[in-house]
Design a protein around this ligand. Structure first.
Ligand code: ASP
Length: 348
C-alpha cells in the first residue's frame, strides 16, 4: 500500500458491535476507539473514520436502512477510498445484495462484515473479520482499488455480496457463495482472485473514467417469497397470489426449477402473471441453477411466463425485484432487467 488509504467504517449494529461491560452485560462496542482496542490496525497504514447509525439487530432491517446506508456512502464517496459496513449476520446478505443494486457506477470497495461471536468476547471472530475487511477495502494497485464492488468478508473468504447466503447459525464460517468463487482467500496473505472480480472497462490500464455514483432509493415491498413444498394447497397458493397490491413473487422451486404440473397450480400462477405480477423462479437448492427447459415440470412454468432466476440466491432475487419494482418501469422492462445480470448476481 503506497499512499495512506482512508476508510469509512459504517456501523449498523449486530453481534460484532457488542462487548461486555464491567458487570458482564453485553453493551455496544465503541468503534471510535478501534485503534486503541486493536493496535494492529495502525500497521495497516489506513486512516479510519467511523459513522455510527442507530445500532439494530439485523432482523429489524428494512429498505429504509438500505437507503440510509446508500446515502451515507454517496455523501462520503469522494472523501474515502473504501467503505466497511458492519452489519448483523442474520440479514447481511439481503442488505449487501440490495446495496449492490442500489450503487450505480460504484468504483470503490464496499466490504460488508460482521461476526458470530461479540467483539467483546475472547474468542470473537469479529476482530479478524474487521481488520481484514479494512485491509481489503484499503487495498490498491497503484491508485486503483483491488475490489471495486460490493463484497462480503467472513472467515477467511471474500465473496461477491449478491452471491452470498448465511448458511450456518453456529459455524464461524457462516456465509457461503455456492455459485460463484470467492473474490479473495485469506491465509497468511490475501490471495485475490483477479479473474473473478468485476472491473470497469480500462480499470488497470488507465483508460477508466469515473462516472458519478448514483443511488436508487426506492424499493417496492409489495413482493413475496413463496417456497413450494409437496402438499402445498390451492388455497395457500391463491391466498398468497391474491394479496392486495402484490407486484412480484420469488418462487422457490425444486431442483432445476421444477414445480407441480397440476392444473390448479399452473392456472393460479398463470392468472397472476396475466394480472401483471412478475414471478421469478429460483431453486430451493443451495447450489446450482434453474433450467426450466429440462423437465416438463419446469417447461410448464416457462410457458406461462415465469422468469428464470438462473443461479441467483433468494436474497439477490428478492432485493433485485424490490429495487426494479421501486423504479418507475413497465412490467416488460422489469422482466427484461430481471433476466439480465446487472451486478454479476447470476450467470445466465
Ligand atoms: N441477530 C444478530 C443480527 O443479525 C446476529 C448477528 O449479528 O450475528 O443482528
Amino acid at each position: 500500500m503506497d499512499k495512506k488509504s482512508s476508510i469509512l467504517i459504517i456501523y449498523t449494529g449486530g453481534t460484532i458491535g457488542m462487548q461486555r461491560d464491567a458487570s458482564g452485560t453485553l453493551v455496544p462496542f465503541d468503534f471510535n476507539s478501534i485503534e486503541r482496542e486493536f493496535p494492529s490496525v495502525r500497521q495497516l497504514n489506513v486512516h479510519i473514520d467511523v459513522h455510527k447509525m442507530t445500532p439494530i439487530d439485523s432482523s429489524n432491517v428494512t429498505p429504509a436502512l438500505w437507503s440510509e446506508l446508500a446515502r451515507t456512502i454517496r455523501d462520503n464517496y469522494a472523501c474515502y477510498d473504501g467503505f466497511v459496513v458492519l452489519h448483523g449476520t442474520d440479514t447481511m446478505s439481503y442488505t449487501a445484495s440490495a446495496l449492490s443494486f442500489m450503487l450505480e457506477n460504484l468504483a470503490k470497495p464496499v466490504v460488508f462484515t460482521g461476526s458470530q461471536i461479540p467483539m467483546g468476547i475472547m474468542r470473537t471472530d469479529g476482530r479478524e473479520n474487521l481488520i481484514t475487511a479494512i485491509e481489503i477495502a484499503a487495498a490498491k494497485i497503484g491508485d486503483r482499488p483491488i475490489v471495486p464492488e460490493v463484497s462480503l468478508y467472513f472467515q477467511n473468504r471474500l465473496f461477491r455480496a449478491n452471491r452470498t447466503s448465511k448458511v450456518s447459525a453456529e459455524a464461524l464460517s457462516a456465509f457461503d457463495s455456492r455459485n460463484y468463487p470467492p473474490l479473495a482467500e485469506v491465509g497468511v496473505n490475501i490471495a485475490y482472485n483477479f479473474d473473478d472480480i468485476a472491473y470497469p472497462e480500462g480499470w488497470f490500464d488507465g483508460a477508466f473514467e469515473a462516472e458519478e455514483l448514483r443511488i436508487a432509493e426506492h424499493f417496492d415491498t409489495n413482493v413475496a417469497i413463496l417456497k413450494i413444498f409437496p402438499g402445498i394447497s390451492e388455497q395457500t397458493l391463491r391466498a398468497v397470489l391474491s394479496i392486495n397490491g402484490l407486484r412480484g413473487v420469488v418462487l422457490e422451486t425444486f431442483g432445476t426449477g421444477n414445480a407441480p404440473t397440476t392444473e390448479w397450480f399452473i392456472e393460479t400462477l398463470s392468472d397472476a402473471i396475466e394480472r401483471g405480477l412478475t414471478i421469478v423462479n429460483v431453486t430451493q437448492c443451495t447450489g446450482g441453477a434453474v433450467a426450466m427447459e429440462l423437465y416438463e415440470t419446469g417447461v410448464r412454468l416457462q410457458k406461462i411466463g415465469v422468469i428464470s432466476g438462473h443461479d441467483m440466491t433468494t436474497e439477490a432475487a428478492v432485493t433485485k425485484l424490490m429495487w426494479l419494482l421501486g423504479e418507475t418501469l413497465s412490467g416488460e422492462e422489469v422482466a427484461r432487467r430481471m433476466i439480465q445480470p446487472l451486478r454479476g448476481e447470476f450467470h445466465a
